[in-house]
Structure formats: structure tokens, C-alpha cells
Design a protein around this ligand. Structure first.
Ligand code: PEP
Length: 248
């Protein structure tokens, strides 16, 4: 099943989030796509409540790798798990750029999320300079290699990895379906190399970067693209619904 994961970033208050989900739920109830909304921490309890009895799953946009302690301002996996969170986005390029996220912290977070019984959505992707220098493949291979360090085959088979070229995020510039497919193929081949073919087949690989209703089908129909991580378009009801129902 393809996945349409919305990354709301720092948008919508709890009340606005609930209103959005109330309007969304009937429109996606027959979707053949897995629907995930990664909402701001403070909206999680209300959104989980509103999603009860629906096919919408709730995600967070970050987490700390320690389970408790003196980490002012941070939130742990057990806190998210208790609220009913199922997915956690880690390694988003905005967190890498503005909040010092590194491949090593992504790896620690991946372990913590899996140990807590949730699913990480691990983001990777190259900058425009890296693409122009022709090092896209090496860069994403390196990011994913570090992110997966120490994870078992069973853990990796449950993962979601999102390929998000930085130059396509929030810019309106989408990678062509061919470019996106090539990078997702690189990731699947790497998982095969590090684990085996079965694991590579079961890991889900998303494309992210200006996915919209008008390009979702072309992207999601690619053999190595299992859906999308959707930023801006996931905040607009009709646009997001059209992405979720891309195949109808
Ligand atoms: C994102 O931030 O994960 C993203 C893909 O954003 P957008 O769809 O707005 O480019």
C-alpha cells in the first residue's frame, strides 16, 4: 500500500488541527493509500482523539533518543507512544539545518523509536550544490548507512525512508519522476547490500519535495516510490485529499 504522510511542520493550533481532521476523515475513509499526519507535538492528543475509529494515523515530527532526563524542551518516545503516535519523522533537512540534527542523532533516534514500538520515517536528501557536483548517490548512501547502523533486519524491514532533495522542499520545484525514482532505487539497493533482498522489498521509500495533486500519480506510480512525504500540500484539504486518492 502506498503512503501519503503529511508533514505539517509548525502549522495549525490544536483547534485548527482538529477542524482539519474532522473535514478530512470522511474524504479519505475509502483511500487505498495509508494516511499519516505528522502534527505539532501540542496538537497530538486532540488529533489522536479525533482520528479514533478512522483510517488516519498520527505521527510526530521529531523525538529525543533518551527516554527521560534533564533535556529541557525535549520529548521522548515513551511520551509519544503513550499518546498513540505511530510514526516519527527524523532527520528532516529543516532539523538538520536549523537544529543541529546529524546522521548520528538520527541513528540514535531510529533505535529509540523502534524500541518503543513506533515507526521512524527517516529523511535523507542532497542539496542543490551536491546534485550539481554529481555526489547525490554518495551522499544519500552515506546518510542512510549511518542512520541504519546497528539496526536488525527485522527493524529495517518495518522502516520508512523518505528521499527529500533539499532543493525541492517548499520551493515548488519537484524532482522529475525519473530523478526521484533513481534516488529511491539507490536507497533500496543499499538496503539490499546491507541486509538482503527481502528487507529491501519491505522497507518503504517515500519521495518528498513539492508533491502536489498534479504530480502525485506520476511519482507514486514509479516502481521504487512507495508514496510521498508531503509538506505544504498536506495543509490544504482538497489538495491533500487528491494526493491521498491519487489513484482514483
Ligand atoms: C517536507 O518538508 O517534508 C516537504 C516535502 O515539503 P514540501 O512538500 O512543502 O516541499
Amino acid at each position: 500500500m502506498k503512503m501519503a504522510a503529511g508533514n505539517w511542520k509548525m502549522n495549525k493550533t490544536p483547534n485548527e488541527a482538529v477542524e482539519f481532521i474532522q473535514n478530512l476523515k470522511d474524504k479519505v475513509k475509502d483511500a487505498e493509500t495509508e494516511v499519516v499526519v505528522a502534527v505539532p507535538y501540542v496538537a497530538i492528543p486532540a488529533v489522536v482523539e479525533t482520528c479514533k475509529g478512522t483510517n488516519i494515523k498520527v505521527g510526530a515530527q521529531n523525538v529525543h533518543w533518551e527516554d527521560s532526563g534533564a533535556y529541557t524542551g525535549e520529548v521522548s518516545c515513551s511520551m509519544l507512544k503513550e499518546l498513540g503516535v505511530q510514526y516519527v519523522i527524523i532527520g528532516h533537512s529543516e532539523r538538520r539545518e536549523y537544529f543541529a540534527e546529524t546522521d548520528e542523532t538520527v541513528n540514535k533516534k531510529a533505535h529509540a523509536i523502534l524500541n518503543a514500538g513506533m515507526t521512524p520515517i527517516i529523511c535523507c536528501g542532497e542539496s542543490l550544490t551536491q546534485r550539481e557536483q554529481g555526489v547525490t548517490k554518495e551522499h544519500i548512501r552515506y546518510q542512510i548507512k549511518i542512520a541504519l547502523l546497528g539496526l536488525t533486519k527485522e527493524q529495517v524491514s518495518k522502516l520508512v525512508i523518505a528521499y527529500e532533495p533539499i532543493w525541492a522542499i517548499g520551493t515548488g520545484k519537484t524532482a522529475t519522476a525519473q530523478q526521484a525514482e533513481e534516488a529511491c532505487y539507490v536507497i533500496r539497493e543499499l538496503v539490499k547490500e546491507l541486509y538482503d533482498e527481502e528487507t529491501a522489498e519491505s522497507v518503504r521509500i517515500l519521495y518528498g519535495g513539492s508533491v502536489k495533486a498534479s504530480n502525485a500519480k506520476e511519482l507514486f506510480d514509479m516502481p521504487n516510490i512507495d508514496g510521498g512525504l508531503i509538506g505544504g500540500a498536506s495543509l490544504k484539504l482538497d489538495e491533500y485529499v487528491a494526493i491521498v486518492n491519487y489513484n482514483k
